[in-house]
Design a protein. Sequence first.
Length: 122
Amino acid sequence: MTMRLELVAVPVSDVDRAKEFYVRAGFNPDHDHAVGDGLRFVQLTPPGSACSIAIGEGLTEMTPGSVKGLQVVVEDIEAAHAALAERGVGVSDVQNFPWGRFVFFSDPDGNAWSVQQIPDRA
C-alpha cells in the first residue's frame, strides 16, 4: 500500500490576504473555487512539491495561525533566503544546526514555516 501526504490545511483569517502572501512567497496557485456560501477552497503548492496546502473558508475548525512546524526542503538555503526576502517575505537569517541549515518565516496569521537545506551526508 502506498500513502502519500498531498494536502495540508492551513487555517487563515483572510483568504485573499493569505493567498496573496503565499503566491508572493513563490507558491503556485492551483485552485480557487467557491463551492457555495461559506465554503471556499484555495490550493497552493510550493514549487517542486508533491504536497500542497489548502486555505479557505469552511475548511477547518483550527484557529488561524495555529499551524507551526510546516517545513519545506531546498537545495540551496542562501538562494531560498534571497528569493523570499526579494519577494517581501519576512524571513529570518540563515541558521546553522547539525541537522541542516534553516530559515524561518510566518504567514500573516502566524502559521510558522521552516525552510531546510539538508546537510551534505558525504
